[in-house]
Write a protein of this length. Sequence first.
Length: 394
Amino acid sequence: MSEYPAGGPPPQIPATRAPSPQSRPATTLRQRLAELRGPAVAPHPLDARALAALAANPGCKRRALLDGAGVDKAVLATALGSPAAFGQSQFAFVRGNAFEAKVKADGGTELLRLLVERLGGDAEAPATAAVPDLTAAGPEGRAARTALALREATAAGGWALLDHPMLALEVAGSPAYLEPDAVVVHPDGTWTVVEIKSFPMIDSSADAAKVGAAARQSAVYVLALERIAAKTEGAEVAHRVLLVCPKDFSNLPTASVVDVRKQRAVTSRQLTRLTRVEDIAAALPEGTTFDPGCSPEELGTAVEAVPAAYAPECLAACELAFHCRSKARAEGAVESLGRSVRGELGGLTTVAGVLAAAAGKEGDPADPTVAALRRAAALRAEALAGVEGGGPCH
């Protein structure tokens, strides 16, 4: 007699497969970053501007962790009592969106005309271009859809305009999703990044600082596109990007070509120097969180648990810069005087230590830095004595 009932053997329950070793660290890191951010707080996206600023200061573990965890640094700075004093005004935001819509109107006809005019030599601007649909669920889905659209457009061998594609780039072991204004696929398989800015280009020239910031931002997009191009036959990412701005004082678009090879190389090198996010998170005390619902005291303790590398340049690029500056000043850290000063002072890390070394109270006289400080102090004293004891200045 069969040992099974009349209906046959019982259904077999498949064994539960244990997560692979490769998937466990990613899941654990994702959970850890969610805990740091706050269980009910959505991750703040890391855009190319923030990524370029992060690459410019790779030694700052604080920014690397907060950006990697998706912490909104502006909200955190406000909770700490040191709100960021910069940002785009609502008027500038609306004006920029209106100008971008004008540039991309009619399927990007004007945009393609400017691109061919600046980069195409004797080629004629195309009457039309393919504009693939890039909608998908979530940033991961949009990034996958963008990669597929780029491959399809390259294989088709025609002009294509990708409006606000989503690109993925790994930063300190954590994925960052980036959204350029546009990417144009040429018939020969070249991909060109297009940056549309609302600052004016007067007499074919724009503000150098703003153009430099746009170049650094575009270099991040170029790096992300190169990851996709490496897996796409016939594709090549151009290192010359198209910068589109209003002409003179009008709302008419004009364009300039910006070579970002230098910015791309610097950004790539700096990103490789970033300490991995999981390594920074692992060194934090248990229970550390940057949840904005915590008290300012708790948030201050959490922030101070992560080492920072403050420099005056941070004031124009990081929402936490004013908080870090006040701490650096309170500690008398020489970093508050600038990176170049910090580099010149060697092992002297505090302003008090520098002054003591200059006065001959501390430091090894054989140390070139100490010797230079004492020589400078002697020259200053001599100059002041001459002014006080001398006659009127001529």
